[in-house]
Write a protein that binds this ligand. Structure first.
Ligand SMILES: Nc1nc2c(ncn2[C@@H]2O[C@H](COP(=O)(O)OP(=O)(O)OP(=O)(O)O)[C@@H](O)[C@H]2O)c(=O)[nH]1
Ligand SMILES: [Mg+2]
Length: 194
């Protein structure tokens, strides 16, 4: 009943759905955030901290957090997990050398558990981890020669091992926006009743 109500509220557009965008530095996260928002390519610099924007997809509103991916910032990702419905993992499809690091970050993130403090007299607080989040992997930079395909990335990240939640891989190019409308459609399909 709770889930049905959530989905109905999403149809009528009165709830923001929280999304976080993670991935290694230089993957294209900020470029994707602003392509989602403006359908244009923006000049970016490495993100220190995060950017947040509200994106509407046919009356469904997403509050999208783009988090810096430099090594020193990755330990802060878990402070954004609370109430997240969708995790977007952006991969630079030309960065074969660091795909293993991305894989470790992904599986570590999904296994993260943090029991929030709970007072017996109060209703349970919202989950602080990603147990209820769906995962969208964006195989970005498909315009670059020699980029890995979405299927290769899916295999290398062992996405098949994720059985407890919905996940999807989408090839894209943040410079042209190719693949991003399909990504937004998938995100919307996760939070809105069909
Ligand atoms: N060729 C190509 N370049 C891209 C694409 N997407 C992003 N870039 C470039 O990759 C570089 C890094 O992009 P950002 O969006 O700043 O990367 P980020 O993931 O936000 O990086 P951090 O903020 O450091 O975590 C920029 O020079 C972008 O123009 C793409 O699809 N193709
Ligand atoms: Mg950035």
């Amino acid at each position: 009943m709770g889930l049905l109500l959530t989905k109905l509220m999403a149809v009528f557009g009165d709830k923001d759905h929280k999304v976080i965008i993670v991935g290694l530095d230089n993957a294209g996260k900020t470029t994707i955030l602003y392509q989602f928002l403006t359908k244009e390519t923006v000049q970016t610099s490495p993100t220190i901290g995060s950017n947040v924007e509200e994106i509407s997809v046919r009356k469904t509103r997403f509050l999208v957090w783009d988090i810096g991916g430099q090594e020193s910032l990755r330990a802060t990702w878990n402070s954004y997990f609370c109430n997240t419905e969708i995790v977007i993992l952006v991969v630079d499809s030309t960065d074969r050398e660091r795909l293993n690091v991305t894989k470790e970050e992904l599986h570590c993130m999904l296994a993260h558990e943090l029991a929030p403090p709970h007072h017996a007299a109060l209703p349970p607080p919202p989950p602080q981890d990603l147990h209820e989040a769906a995962v969208l992997v964006l195989a970005n930079k498909q315009d670059m020669k020699g980029s890995m395909t979405a299927a290769e990335i899916s295999r290398s990240l062992t996405l098949g091992a994720i059985t407890a939640r919905p996940w999807h891989v989408q090839a894209c190019c943040a410079l042209t926006g190719e693949g991003l409308p399909a990504s937004l459609d998938w995100m919307r399909s996760r939070v809105v009743a069909n």
